[in-house]
Design a protein around this ligand. Structure first.
Ligand code: HEC
Length: 104
């Protein structure tokens, strides 16, 4: 239920013309935590009320750096793409995602 509401909220943001992601460029050397706070937290709040550091529920099969970096650079139907997150910053945010993932 909570997850469904997140999607509805995210869809509303997309439909209302939130276009920041394509232009978002992290500062050189930005940490995964910084990037998360600047570009992701609005759509990926904590999914657990007890663990306030759990932001993703990526299935065990998909919990790989390659899957996460593809998702960030390419996006998907409801997830915007972030083509300007690259190199060391892309690695940093991917590591942050995997560290704060709770595989189903
Ligand atoms: C405008 C809202 C929005 C923003 C901003 C956003 N995401 Fe997402 N993201 C979504 C939605 C919605 C999904 C799930 C649906 C889908 O995959 O299309 C998703 C899915 C994902 C997934 C895959 C999860 C899975 O279970 O497979 C990853 C990883 C992810 N996002 C990482 C990020 C990162 C990292 C950022 C910041 C750089 C970010 N997202 C910013 C909306 C957003």
């Amino acid at each position: 239920m909570k997850k469904k509401m997140l999607y509805v909220a995210a869809a509303a943001v997309v439909l209302s013309g939130c276009s920041g992601s394509k232009d978002y460029t992290p500062a050189a050397g930005a940490s995964g935590k910084d990037i998360f706070a600047q570009a992701c937290i609005g759509c990926h709040p904590s999914i657990s009320e007890t663990e306030l550091t759990t932001f993703w529920e990526i299935s065990a099969d998909n919990a790989t750096t390659a899957y996460v970096t593809d998702k960030i650079t390419q996006g998907s139907l409801r997830m915007p793409s972030f083509p300007n997150i690259k190199g060391a910053e892309l690695e940093a945010i991917a590591a942050f995602v995997l560290k704060h993932n709770k595989s189903k």
